[in-house]
Design a protein around this ligand. Sequence first.
Ligand code: 1OR
Ligand code: 1OR
Length: 303
Amino acid sequence: AVCAEAYNPDDDEDDDTEPRVVNPKTDEQRRRLQDACRDILLFKTLEQEQFSEVLDAMFEVLVKPQDHIIDQGEDGDNFYVIEKGVYDIFVQKDGVSICVGKYDNKGSFGELALMYNTPRAATIVATQDGALWGLDRATFHRLIVKNNAKKRRMYEAFIECVPLLKSLEVSERMKIVDVLGARAFKDGDRIITQGDKAECFYIVETGEVKIMIKSKTKASQQDNAEVEVARCSRGQYFGELALVTNKPRAATVYAVGETKCLVIDIQAFERLLGPCIDIMKRNISQYEDQLVALFGSSDDLKQ
Ligand code: 1OR
Ligand code: 1OR
């Protein structure tokens, strides 16, 4: 049987006495590692000191096409951050292995088995030459899993009152907290750019964002300025449309004043927010009516 309980870091006293892992790196390796880790959500809520311990412990892994980095069902050894390469995600269903997604030169994987002490939930296969940075299980426990206890305390109350997530079980909401990252924006910062490929989903924690669109059907016309179509504030979400429709971002999103958002990557979105998809789809169908009112056509959403 698979144990889905969160690992309780307070049960584990050995962690503090475990020696700190340091894998020496050249300046050039350190620079590449820092680049690769800049947007890793699981690292976004770490203190500076913990983050630099993570970087010290990481080690480079070079991979070839068809290498299996992780096999579903095995025990977890490492967590991986992608520096480069494309990696297919396979999940076994009724004895058949299905490709359910891929990582394209960014992101991270292999956190679940280490967080919840479960067998690997998917198989990850390199499709080309690539480079990864590994983090060993003991260091992952000592730094990331310990930090998750703090994250749960910080975000539990807020996550409990996000309307979209109401239909989930408490344990499902806590799993979202475990993998989310927090990002702060200043007034006017662009969070999402219309036309970009989508990687994340956002929930506003504090502050406000404004959603602006340029009509694609009017793209050649001079008066095709950005038009404000909506705002989102505390507890509201954005960035779901491209993930649900598998299309580029339909709008540009800017911070209005100092704004903090909780961020979930596309794999976690698909894994954990399935039960909320119907609510999102219902809300998306209302975008279309508003679009017609604004531009006289809903072609922007359809194509
Ligand atoms: P892990 O330690 O279980 C396999 O090792 C990793 O694949 C897993 O951590 C995740 O980091 C990653 N379901 C489960 N794990 C996934 C999924 C996934 N995608 C990536 N991983 N699903 C696919 C969502 C696009 C759900 C499939 C039903
Ligand atoms: P996304 O992933 O496409 C931009 O990134 C986000 O802005 C989008 O998800 C929604 O979360 C949010 N059209 C498109 N995106 C909208 C709209 C919208 N409203 C909110 N978003 N409208 C119609 C125009 C296409 C709303 C008109 C009021």
